[in-house]
Design a protein around this ligand. Structure first.
Ligand code: OAD
Length: 260
């Protein structure tokens, strides 16, 4: 199947009739998001020219083995990422998804991001497949750690209950996804009429099964990404544009279509 590709933001107001028809009739929609949706907020992505994984080794910074080998280094890296997040804001693409929530009977954001920018923008239905950077828990006894984190401290906090090392509540390579998160995302994908894939390379599994699952269960798949990705191979419509440009235009169109 050849996807319909658009690379001019003006053309979003005039999408092909088959897309408009599906947008009009859709009852449930899922937005599957990745690092690219936060790129224009100033949060680096993982892959690509400037990606974090071109400068850092994921096995050192994002694995249980890496944490056990050098907890201070791993903690310091996450402290740095938290500092970056304290200085950035959600962008128009995050806000567009907040507006979308009101346009569909069922709307779920399924994100691979740990940056909490969907929450900060105001999205209410969000599933975080890879956890988040705001929370922490004990590596040893798994109890949540709720003390405030001093962003300037390089010392790894210790669990007040068992003395274990505290870790960020993000999913590392080789770990299971948070209980329930994947099941919720899967259920939504199966019944979605439209799936928007925004700013993800689609390279990390099992997360990347979500858009595929929606596709095989009949959803119209719309990709928003300035570069080709694994999702492009099966999307029906591709907006080859940065998310902060494409998403507000897409929401405007949806508002018009769904009111008429
Ligand atoms: P990647 O870094 O793999 O992909 C980011 C995607 O965003 C690429 O396809 C870019 O082309 C696209 N992109 C860049 N700028 C964009 C913009 N302004 N608007 C829209 N798209 C843009 O990030 P993810 O797909 O999120 O896992 O990576 C998946 C997982 O790999 C992450 O959740 C993380 C990482 O290892 C964990 O931390 C467990």
């Amino acid at each position: 199947m050849e996807a319909f590709v658009i690379s001019d933001v003006e053309a979003i107001a005039d999408l092909p009739a088959f897309v408009q028809q599906r947008f009009r009739e859709a009852e449930s929609a899922v937005a599957f998001t990745g690092a690219g949706i936060s790129a224009e907020s100033g949060v680096p992505t993982f892959r690509g020219k400037e990606g974090l994984w071109t400068k850092f080794r994921p096995e050192e910074l994002a694995s249980v083995e890496g944490f056990l080998a050098n907890p201070e280094l791993v903690w310091e890296w996450y402290q740095h990422r938290r500092k970056v997040l304290s200085e950035v804001q959600p962008n128009p693409a995050h806000y567009a998804l907040v507006e979308m929530e009101a346009l569909f009977a069922d709307f779920l954001v399924v994100t691979q991001n740990v940056d909490r920018l969907h929450h900060r923008a105001g999205s209410r239905n969000v599933v975080e497949l890879h956890g988040n950077l705001e929370e922490n828990y004990c590596f040893q006894c798994k109890a949540p750690y709720t003390e405030e984190i001093d962003l300037s401290s390089r010392q790894v906090p210790r669990c007040p209950r068992c003395g274990g090392l505290i870790r960020p509540a993000v999913v590392w390579f080789g770990e299971m996804l948070p209980e329930g998160a994947f099941a919720t995302a899967e259920a939504a994908a199966r019944q979605a009429d439209v799936l928007f894939s925004i700013g993800t390379s689609g390279e990390v599994f099992p997360a990347a099964q979500i858009p595929m699952l929606a596709r095989t269960h009949g959803a119209l798949v719309v990709e928003v990404n300035p570069e080709p990705s694994l999702i492009s191979e099966y999307a029906h419509l591709i907006l080859r544009l940065p998310a902060a440009k494409a998403m507000p235009a897409l929401v405007e169109l949806l508002k018009t279509i769904r009111k008429s």
